[in-house]
Design a protein around this ligand. Structure first.
Ligand code: BES
Ligand code: MN
Ligand code: ZN
Length: 495
């Protein structure tokens, strides 16, 4: 998809479709008023017939009106003018793209962000436009055998803007397209079934990325290497599986010798719970248990596409969690890479076991900051639902940075407390710690468990169990929190 900006008059721009907004009730935007004027009042007359309420996201495709130089007009409801904020813009623009993708239009000219959207600066206008477009046009990598729907013909989107905003909108469009590439990568990986998206498949995708970008390198370690490193906690999770595990290490160098930011991703390609087996209802969704890893690989795809001047290390712990005669049993004690011993009281609390060794492994790179991303606990879904990811850290400044990155990127994460009182729930009679802390505050005790491996590191944990995918009719990966991570990294790059 090609994105660009244009200035001037809505009625005079040539395109396959002019997109104009109407506010509730029957209130023309400047661009709509222009089309109306050039057509001798036809748009307003049509509106007055009462066929269009201008509710946020409502769309209607009209033939070109006299005086307008485009072939079609797409009228989009924006809701009340007072409530036309970033969220309403995204909703309206997504609806426009959805409607356009049903037509043969190859290009379009949108005036939905003209002259401006409340609370949305020029840069984010561009960014959200590109992100929303590519998010809306995304198609799941399905394995349906019937005839595929033809691809939408839309190839170019022009945004009508004010002259003074043009440069910033262009910059936002470029960043948004790069972020969208990362989101798409993460969604594809998440959506693929576990018999396709195996640890080896994740490694192959990471290698493919490295082949495309000079600043990116990848090392893949097999089970033997993982054992040699003494990652006993990671190994205890893969023991029950026939599918070989992989430790995938990505490195992106865009900032000389600066200490890197490390992203550590939970890559459980399928989580049955192991011997502490899960109930069977909706267990298929545990193919999404590698969405942390997918967001790490997605973030690398975006950073490389945008050629950001940052140094980044990615550590992906990829394996299955299966029950079998060789699987880890409740009560087994394992020795982590850090040397600390762990009593595995519940084999379904496996994410923290792989992350513990991933976080310790990150120390090799003397990172400036370490962020782990994981579909870690059902408790986090209960606490925050599908809106916010859980954000846990013992570093207040890093917490604030990530929280505001999420707010700006419309990919929120909400801080939850940590602390000694919670860590106490992890006490074990037989090892340095247990891997579960009881029913209460499950998302927090999981973070506290990770905290046992991050002493001295500038570290934060993102529990994305509630936000990484949607269930029901809309079942599928969301690509979150790639936008948050990229906002954080872009901020670094611009600092
Ligand atoms: N992958 C799950 C967490 C999960 C569950 C994410 C449901 C999204 C939806 C994780 O490995 C897990 O099973 N966690 C357990 C931890 C418990 C045993 C302490 C959980 O949340 O039930
Ligand atoms: Mn589990
Ligand atoms: Zn899991």
């Amino acid at each position: 998809m090609e994105f660009n900006t244009a200035t001037g008059s809505a009625a005079q721009a040539h395109s396959d479709c002019t997109i104009v907004g109407i506010h509730e009730p029957r209130e023309l935007t400047a661009a709509a008023a222009e089309i109306d004027k050039h057509s001798g009042g036809r748009l307003l007359a049509w509106l007055k017939r009462g066929d269009f309420t201008a509710k946020s996201g409502e769309t209607r495709l009209l033939d070109a009106l006299p005086g307008d130089s485009s072939t079609r007009i797409l009228v989009v409801g924006l809701g009340p003018r007072k409530k036309y904020d970033a969220k309403a813009y995204r909703r309206a623009f997504a609806a426009a793209i959805r409607a356009l993708s049903q037509t043969g239009a190859r290009n379009c000219m949108s005036w939905l962000a003209h002259p401006s959207v409340t609370g949305l600066d020029s840069y984010y206008t561009g960014r959200f436009t590109a992100e929303t477009t590519l998010h809306t046009l995304y198609r799941v990598p399905d394995l349906k055998t019937g005839k595929k729907q033809p691809l939408p013909s839309l190839k170019r989107i022009s945004l009508g803007v004010e002259k003074k905003d043009r440069k910033e909108v262009d910059r936002g469009l470029a960043d948004g397209a790069g972020i969208a590439e990362g989101v798409r990568t993460a969604r594809d990986l998440g959506n693929l079934p576990a018999n396709v998206c195996t640890p080896r498949y994740l490694a192959q995708v990471a290698r493919g990325l490295a082949g495309k970008h000079k600043a990116l390198t990848v090392q893949v370690h097999d089970e033997k290497a993982i054992a040699k490193f003494k990652m006993g906690s990671f190994l205890s999770v893969t023991r029950g599986s026939q599918e070989p595990p992989r430790l995938i290490v990505l490195q992106y160098k865009g900032a000389g010798k600066a200490a890197p930011i490390a992203l550590v991703g939970k890559g459980i390609t399928f989580d049955t719970g192991g011997i502490s087996i899960k109930p069977s209802a909706a267990m298929d969704e545990m193919k999404f248990d590698m969405c942390g890893a997918a967001s790490v690989i997605g973030a690398f795809a975006a950073v490389a596409a945008l050629k950001l001047p940052v140094n980044l290390v990615g550590i992906v712990l990829a394996c299955e969690n299966m029950p079998s005669g060789t699987a880890t049993k409740p009560g087994d004690i394992v020795t982590s890479l850090s040397g600390q011993t762990i009593e595995v009281l519940n084999t379904d609390a496996e994410g923290r076991l792989v992350l513990a060794d991933g976080l310790t492994y990150a120390r090799r790179f003397n990172p400036d900051t370490v962020i782990d991303i994981a579909t870690l606990t059902g408790a986090c879904v209960i606490a925050l639902g599908n809106q916010y990811a859980g954000l846990m850290s013992d570093n207040a400044k890093l917490t604030a940075e990530l929280k505001s990155a999420g707010e700006r990127a419309a990919d929120g994460a909400w801080p939850m407390p940590m602390g000694e009182e919670y860590t106490e729930q992890l006490k074990s009679n037989f090892a340095d710690m247990a891997n579960i802390g009881g029913r209460e505050a499950g998302a927090i005790t999981a973070a506290c468990f990770l905290g046992k491996f991050t002493a001295g590191l500038r570290w934060a944990h993102l529990d994305i169990a509630g936000v990484a995918w949607l269930s029901g009719d809309k079942k599928g990966a969301t690509g979150r929190p790639v936008p948050l991570l990229l906002d954080f990294l872009l901020n670094r790059a611009n600092a």
